[in-house]
Design a protein around this ligand. Structure first.
Ligand SMILES: [Zn+2]
Length: 137
């Protein structure tokens, strides 16, 4: 399913220094080794253990490097919905796409059969996607 993303350099948490500072998009591949219960839109949700992909964009200062290295940090004040998962994750890797678009990446995964487990999660400012979080099988 990940093959649907095509090319995209793979980074792990210890590779942060090499992350590109370009603006663009990235996919976090998040592994949950047990079911996770969090809160979204005023209600509790539970995601089963498994692999998830979160598609995000980085257009701020420091570009992809700044955004992805924040996602990799275990200790952070939760700000986005996805922070709940990255804090709970057993492992996170990132594929980065300088100049890329997160909706395009989400669509590619969706076309490959990935399903959004929580409509609206991670995509509250997007009108075209059901969610920027997808469950991988
Ligand atoms: Zn979108």
């Amino acid at each position: 399913m990940i093959a649907a993303l095509g090319q995209g350099r793979v980074f792990r948490a210890h590779d942060c220094a090499d992350l590109p500072r370009d603006k663009g998009a990235y996919v976090l591949l998040i592994e949950l080794d047990s079911a996770f219960t969090g809160r979204f839109s005023g209600r509790d949700f539970t995601l089963p253990a498994g692999h998830y992909a979160y598609c995000g964009s980085a257009h701020g200062p420091g570009g992809i490097a700044a955004r992805v290295s924040r996602h990799f940090r275990c200790e952070k004040k939760p700000h986005w919905h996805i922070d709940q998962l990255t804090i709970a994750a057993r492992e996170i890797t990132a594929r980065v796409f300088p100049g890329g678009n997160e909706c395009d990446l989400a669509a590619r995964l969706g076309n490959a059969g990935a399903e959004p487990p929580l409509p609206g999660f991670g995509s509250s400012d997007c009108r075209s996607c059901t969610s920027h979080l997808l469950a991988l099988r």
